[in-house]
Write a protein that binds this ligand. Structure first.
Ligand code: MEV
Length: 438
């Protein structure tokens, strides 16, 4: 049985590693060596990573790849992608190349509004609360002036604050629902600081409001926090071309391909089991760029999936149509991203990724991310509706197995030749390697 540990966070990094190695590993020296093998030889870089989180013991690598040839709104870009899944970068690159000769991607930011809420309980008369809010609304703005000053200089700030009666959902439940413009920052700190000040103002002002009796003064703020659901922070990415221009190696009959493709999207629009996997393919592209550019992929994931379920049923984020002989494929997703602040100024590889994208504004980054999602979705649906997904996947899978077994160059040539003609499965490759090595 493992023992609990007291004061772990106070131990030095070496002491933490030693404790873990002794407590959890049969050969502690091997575990220690492995963890240290992933330390960065540049002490400054290592210290930076150590300090991102608590109890850091080593670094956990994820490859950073690039997908070139993305023609977006008439300009070429190379998109950085941090992801562990094979095929994703290859698929993005293929889509980029395919669409670069068919007009490229068009991307537009539709709006950029962020949201935050103060959740509170109030047991008094609703009309008195409404009057209190109307009379004190300006105070919520003036009390946050020191927080909003810099953001206002950059053209952002608090857009509006509204009182919302949520007592139909929970007894006595109300909100201050605030909307924000945070320009090039994701804005989490800014929004949360404003909200905590709203909560303070709410508590203070209710105490001295002469129309309130004690029960009304006993307002209870439960929490103040931004929402990661941003349905008014939307970006659209689109590709389109005449159906006959879709023709290429795997698309011999473009009309048939376009129809099957549209059908595949319609299935994801109406069928949640398929919609989840369909959207997962979109997130392969979205998350990889979000991660490479130092943004919060958990926030993005949560917000996008909530948006996919906004009608009450989980559905496809992308849509497709054929109209007057033109094939159009597009998606709209909510994205709260930043290109200043947070990891964007701290992580050297994030800085490099952003520089590769020519130091985009948050709006431009929204466009890159949405395009990567659409490209990924196009690649997946093109495979699924033509050759099937396993063809390409298994080629990459074979490569991973060869790496796992540390196959040498001669073995690789023989194995790859064999599996051109035979189906790839983990066991078939392992058996073949075993036989070769006998
Ligand atoms: C695999 O990571 C993603 C796909 O399953 C997406 C899809 O099915 O559309 C290929």
């Amino acid at each position: 049985m493992n023992k609990p540990v007291a004061g772990f966070s106070k131990l030095s990094k070496e002491e933490k590693i030693n404790w873990i190695a002794k407590e959890y590993f049969s050969t502690p020296s091997q575990a220690i060596a492995l963890l240290k093998n992933y330390w960065n030889s540049d002490e400054k870089i290592q210290k930076l990573h150590d300090e991102f989180i608590e109890n850091t013991i080593t670094n956990f690598y994820i490859p950073l790849g690039v997908a070139p040839n993305f023609l977006i709104n008439g300009k070429y870009s190379t998109i950085p992608m941090a992801i562990e899944e094979s095929s994703v970068v290859a698929a993005a690159s293929k889509s980029a190349k395919f669409w670069s000769t068919r007009g490229g991607f068009k991307a537009t930011v539709i709006n950029t509004e962020k949201i935050g809420q103060v959740h509170f309980l109030y047991k008094g008369d609703v009309s008195k609360l409404e009057l209190f809010f109307a009379q004190n609304k300006a105070k919520f703005f003036s009390d946050t002036e020191s927080i909003t000053k810099n953001m206002q200089k950059r053209g952002g700030g608090i857009l509006d604050i509204v009182l919302q009666d949520k007592t139909n959902l929970l007894p006595n439940y109300y909100q201050l629902h605030a909307t924000f413009e945070t320009k090039d920052s994701m804005g989490a700190n800014f929004i949360n600081s404003c909200l905590e000040q709203f909560a303070k103002t709410l508590k203070e002002e209710t105490q001295t409001y002469e129309l309130f009796s004690q029960i009304e003064k006993d307002i209870a703020v439960i929490m103040s926090i931004l929402s990661n659901y941003v349905p008014n922070c939307i970006v659209r990415a689109e590709v389109s071309c005449p159906v006959e221009e879709l023709a290429e190696k795997h698309i011999l009959n473009p009309q048939d391909f376009a129809e099957r493709f549209v059908q595949a999207v319609q299935i994801a629009e109406v069928e949640p089991f398929r919609a989840v996997t369909h959207n997962k393919g979109i997130m392969n592209g979205v998350d990889a760029v979000v991660l490479a550019t130092g943004n919060d992929f958990r926030a993005v994931e949560a917000g996008i999936h909530a948006y996919a379920a906004k009608s009450g049923q989980y559905s496809s984020l992308s849509h497709a149509k054929i109209e007057n002989g033109v094939f159009t494929f597009w998606l709209e997703i909510p994205l709260a991203l930043g290109t200043v602040g947070g990891l964007t100024t701290l992580h050297p590889l994030v800085k490099l990724s952003l520089e590769m994208l020519k130091n985009p504004s948050a709006k431009e980054l929204m466009q890159f991310v949405a395009v990567a999602g659409l490209a990924q979705n196009f690649a997946a649906l093109r495979s699924l509706t033509t050759t099937g997904i396993q063809d390409g996947h298994m080629k990459m899978h074979l490569n991973n197995i060869l790496n796992q077994f540390e196959a040498n160059d001669d073995e690789r040539i023989l194995i790859q030749k064999h599996f051109k003609a035979h189906a790839v499965s983990h066991s078939a490759v392992v058996d073949y390697i075993d036989n070769l090595r006998k």
